[in-house]
Design a protein around this ligand. Structure first.
Ligand code: ADP
Ligand code: MG
Length: 365
């Protein structure tokens, strides 16, 4: 067989393929937009879905807005206001830094922004972009301070992915709500409101938080006071020996990790808790930590065989102790000391549950 000559893939196709790795599903869309709002200093974030996100995912914030001289570049690939050199990466305080999310959304959906800085109000600017990320037009509209990013018809340019999403939309929508619960609970001082419009129903409020100063109150808003009353504080200090992996980074703090949050008492209530009420964070960044989730559930099971716990656990650690830069969607977190850390976690959790086992919850006195 004669092989065809090697040729370059068209730039547009490359952009679409790469964008599909940054934005892999509904969760990626919500995550990127909400993180941009948090990075912009928002204290109020409203997320609106139409048809569970198939028609529209829109995030409105009251953050600082985008400066007019950045309109041309916001949606260009690798343009970011958060990082200018690679060495900045280690001291990074923001969620975003790759400048890929908005550029990817332009490639995969119809995307536009309405944004205003404080001194422009009540005028705002609507920015429409081409799929390449090039600014297509700007238009003056009425608006408040902050930014609204609208994603219509996600994956319309990747038909296979679109069909897959349509087929699994119920499950995908469930996952995106869980993710938004996690952001809403961890973001003390930020008011969240999530709405969904399906068919002809209008503006159904899915959940809201009140801009509370504590994660406890946020959890009460999202999951109800009853869930809250079954929780005990999670407050662990993990200490363990560094292995070669982190010793190389020259940091001596990596072997100390604080775990802060809330967890079910080992004995509590009737009925079954579902595992989707388990949220994990690394330095307040929501992330899936499957090995750690497994450790939590294992230890809990040895105290309460019939239920799985509600878990809200924020792992606070040195930024040298992990790497978020593993996959383009930044969702995989590589913990350099996962093994030693999990052993230490299991021991501390068992001690916590043992102590809690001795005390009778207030509601049952
Ligand atoms: P990154 O977050 O990695 O910088 P993005 O593609 O998500 O990349 O966003 C590009 C830039 O657009 C950001 O660096 C920021 O300057 C601006 N931006 C995006 N969303 C918002 C927002 N909600 N409020 C203010 N600025 C924003
Ligand atoms: Mg971003």
């Amino acid at each position: 067989m004669k092989m065809a000559a090697i040729q370059a893939i068209e730039a547009r196709s490359v952009h679409q393929i790469q964008s599909g790795q940054v934005i892999v599903d509904l969760c990626s869309v919500a995550k990127e937009l909400v993180e941009n709002s948090l990075d912009a200093g928002a204290t109020s974030i409203e997320v609106r879905f139409k048809n569970n996100g198939l028609d529209l995912i829109e995030v409105q914030d009251n953050g600082g807005g985008i400066p007019p001289d950045s309109y041309e570049s916001v949606a260009l690939k690798h343009y970011t206001s958060k990082l200018s050199s690679f060495t900045d990466l280690t001291s990074l305080q923001t969620f975003g830094f790759r400048g890929e999310a908005i550029s990817s959304l332009c490639a995969l959906a119809d995307f536009h922004i309405v944004t205003a800085q404080a001194d422009q109000v009540p005028r705002a600017n609507r920015l429409d972009f081409e799929s390449s990320g090039k600014l297509q037009k700007t238009q003056i509209v009425a608006g408040q301070k902050g930014t609204t990013a609208s994603v219509e018809g996600i994956f319309k340019r990747l038909p296979v992915r679109r069909r897959e999403l349509e087929k699994n939309i119920k499950r995908e929508y469930g996952k995106v709500l869980n993710l938004l619960h996690a952001y809403a609970c961890i973001s003390a001082g930020v008011r969240f409101s999530v709405r969904n419009t399906v068919g002809k129903t209008r503006n159904v409020v899915v959940f809201t938080t009140n801009g509370n100063p504590t994660t406890r109150e946020n959890i009460a808003n999202v999951y109800g006071a009853k869930t809250l009353s079954a929780l005990i504080p999670l407050d662990l200090e993990l200490e363990f020996e560094s292995t070669g992996a982190t010793r190389r980074t020259g940091s001596d703090r990596v072997n100390q990790i604080l775990v802060r949050g809330h967890i079910s008492r080992p004995v509590f209530g009737e009925g079954r808790q579902t595992p989707d009420r388990q949220m994990f964070f690394v330095n307040s960044r929501p992330c899936g930590l499957p090995q750690i989730a497994k450790a939590f559930n294992e230890v809990y099971k040895s105290f309460n065989v019939s239920q799985s716990p509600f878990i809200f656990a924020d792992f606070q650690m040195d930024t040298n102790a992990y790497d978020v830069n593993v996959s383009p969607d930044k969702r995989t977190i590589l913990l350099h000391e996962a093994g030693a850390m999990i052993e230490s976690l299991k021991t501390s959790l068992a001690q916590l549950f043992e102590a809690a086992d001795q005390t009778v919850p207030q509601s049952q006195v």
